[in-house]
Design a protein around this ligand. Structure first.
Ligand SMILES: [Zn+2]
Length: 301
C-alpha cells in the first residue's frame, strides 16, 4: 500500500484521485437525446455531469483527498462536455482529441491513489441499462473479452489495476453499478437511477443523487486511506471480439487486411485480436468502428 495520509516526518502528502467521467450514467440522464449535442436537455445534462463530478470531488475531499484529475470520456463534441465555468476550480480537466496515442485515460498514471468512474453505463448487450453500449452506440452489438461481454468500466478498472491504482467508486444506474461490483468486489457504488429499459428508468433527481455520490466518495476515500481496496484480478492475455451490427464492406475488409493486420476479420461482422496490454486493446476497440465505417479516413490509432 503506497498511501499514507501523513509521512513519518509528519508532512501531509498529496492524495490523488483520477476521475473518468462519462455522460450516460449521470444523474437525470435517461435517453440518447440527453447525451447527444442536438438533444433538448443536452446542455442541461452537461451541467448535471459537472455537478456529479463536483459531488465526487467534495466527498473525496472530506476524506482527505487533495488533488484531482478529471478526464472526459463522453465521445460527443470531441470529448468536451464538462462545463468549465461550473467545475470545482481546483481540479485539472483532460478534454479534447487526439490525446497522443490514448483514446481516453491519457491522464492516468501510477501516481494516483484511486480511480473513480462517474456517470459510467452498462455494457452493450446488457438489458435493461440506460443508454447501454460499449464504446460505439451504433456500430457494436457486443464487445467480448475472453468470451464474455465487457463494459468500458471493466476495461478501465483493468488498465488502472495494471498501474496499481484501485477503482474505488462507480456512479451510474443500477445495472452499471452491479456489473462493476461483480468485477471489482467491494467497490463503492452510488446508484443514481434504476433502469427500466435502455431509455427509461426510475430517476433520483440530480440534487439528491449528488448527496449519494458525495457520501459514497467520502466512504471510498476513507477506505482507500485504510488500504481497503484490492485490485481486480483479470489476468492477460485479453482475447477481444467485436460483433458489429452490420456486415463489413469490401473496403473495410481490405483496410483491416492490408493496413491493420493485427486486427483479424473472423466473420462477416466480427473482428478479433489478442494482446496482454488492456490499454492497447481499448484503442483497438475504439478504432475498429472507424475502420469499419470510414476505412479510407483512418490513418492510425
Ligand atoms: Zn458516453
Amino acid at each position: 500500500m503506497r498511501l499514507t495520509a501523513t509521512s513519518p516526518a509528519g508532512q501531509h502528502r498529496a492524495m490523488r484521485v483520477f476521475i473518468s467521467v462519462d455522460m450516460e450514467g449521470i444523474s437525470g440522464v435517461t435517453r440518447w437525446a440527453d447525451v447527444s449535442a442536438s438533444g433538448q436537455d443536452y446542455q442541461r445534462a452537461r451541467s448535471w455531469l459537472t455537478a456529479d463530478v463536483n459531488a465526487a470531488v467534495q466527498g473525496a475531499r472530506r476524506a482527505g483527498a487533495t488533488e484531482f484529475v478529471v478526464e472526459e470520456n463522453h465521445g460527443v463534441e470531441m470529448l468536451c462536455n464538462v462545463v468549465l465555468d461550473e467545475i470545482d476550480p481546483e481540479v485539472d480537466v483532460v478534454r479534447g482529441l487526439p490525446r497522443g496515442g490514448a483514446t481516453t485515460l491519457a491522464g492516468l498514471d501510477g501516481s494516483f491513489d484511486a480511480m473513480f468512474l462517474v456517470g459510467h453505463h452498462a455494457a452493450a448487450g446488457d438489458y435493461p441499462g440506460i443508454c447501454a453500449h460499449t464504446i460505439s452506440y451504433g456500430e457494436y452489438r457486443v464487445v467480448r473479452c475472453n468470451d464474455r461481454p465487457i463494459s468500458e468500466g471493466e476495461i478501465f478498472a483493468t488498465i488502472a489495476a495494471a498501474l496499481d491504482v484501485p477503482t474505488a467508486l462507480i456512479t451510474g444506474d443500477d445495472v452499471a453499478c452491479a456489473r462493476l461490483a461483480r468485477f471489482v468486489p467491494g467497490i463503492e457504488t452510488a446508484c443514481v437511477k434504476r433502469a427500466l429499459s435502455h431509455t427509461a428508468g426510475v430517476i433520483i433527481p440530480p440534487a439528491r443523487a449528488r448527496r449519494a455520490i458525495a457520501d459514497a466518495a467520502d466512504i471510498a476515500m476513507r477506505r482507500v486511506r485504510a488500504g481497503g481496496f484490492a485490485l481486480p484480478v483479470f489476468e492477460p492475455p485479453y482475447a477481444f471480439e467485436i460483433e458489429l451490427r452490420k456486415p463489413l464492406g469490401d473496403d473495410a475488409r481490405r483496410a483491416f487486411d492490408e493496413r491493420f493486420p493485427e486486427l483479424t476479420v473472423t466473420g462477416d461482422r466480427t473482428v478479433s485480436w489478442c494482446d496482454d496490454d488492456m490499454h492497447l486493446c481499448y484503442r483497438r476497440a475504439a478504432i475498429t468502428s472507424y475502420i469499419a465505417t470510414q476505412p479510407d479516413a483512418v490513418r492510425r490509432y
